[in-house]
Design a binder for this molecule. Structure first.
Ligand SMILES: O=C(CO)COP(=O)(O)O
Ligand SMILES: [Zn+2]
Length: 206
């Protein structure tokens, strides 16, 4: 567990240094059986103390350590719906947040399948309606959506991504951010996303 604590702190610092989140935004968690190790509320991911992480249970109840992230309920909802998920990451990464503020997005798939790696790492990205940060009335929607999707976008807020472990979740949230950037770069350009057949074929190689 102490190794995992260090991994959370190192990943947070890596995100922060690369400006994938900033200030005191974003949160990271790892599941160990029925306990969730989670970043505390109000912490900068750039300077996490591995010995000062919060522990919550799968209901989102605070069990140990400092006061947990206000999005702990969201992390817990994702773990309840995805038994294979070992890590969850939420960031305020700029291009993903920019996309989450656009009008007229397809709420079933906020980004088109622009590249193979987007399909392989993120898949289909639902857009969840705006709620204030920490508003636990998003719990049921998140739990429902997470059954079929390991990544989703919170409107006017940012991405939430799960993975089998921290590395997989980080991979997915980084791919999502770069695809959001591509999507915005391509605004006003005639664009040819992957076809449905190409997306389906990637299922076999994922
Ligand atoms: O990103 C955040 C809220 O959505 C940060 O909140 P916490 O500091 O409580 O984790
Ligand atoms: Zn947030």
């Amino acid at each position: 567990m102490s190794d995992i604590r260090q991994q959370i702190a190192d990943l947070g610092a890596s995100f922060f240094t690369r400006r994938l989140t900033f200030g005191r935004t974003g949160n990271i968690s790892v599941r160990a059986s029925d306990r969730i190790l989670l970043t505390p509320t109000g912490a900068s991911l750039g300077s996490l103390d591995p010995d000062a992480l919060s522990v919550i249970d799968l209901d989102g109840t605070h069990v140990d350590g400092p006061k947990p992230s206000k999005e702990g309920f969201l992390h817990a909802a994702v773990y309840r719906s995805r038994p294979g998920a070992g890590a969850v990451i939420h960031l305020h990464s700029t291009y993903s947040v920019a996309v989450s503020c656009l009008d007229g997005l397809d709420s079933a798939a906020a980004l088109p399948p622009l590249t193979a790696y987007y399909v392989m790492r993120v898949g289909r990205l639902p857009l969840l309606p705006y709620h204030a940060p920490g508003d636990s009335s998003l719990r049921e929607t998140a739990e429902h959506v997470a059954r079929d999707h390991h990544a989703f976008l919170l409107a006017n807020h940012g991405p939430v991504v799960a993975g089998a472990d921290l590395a997989a979740a980080a991979d997915a949230v980084e791919e999502l951010e770069e695809t959001a950037r591509l999507f915005l770069l391509l605004q006003g350009h005639r664009t040819r996303p992957l076809t449905a057949e190409q997306v389906t074929a990637l299922g076999a190689t994922r």
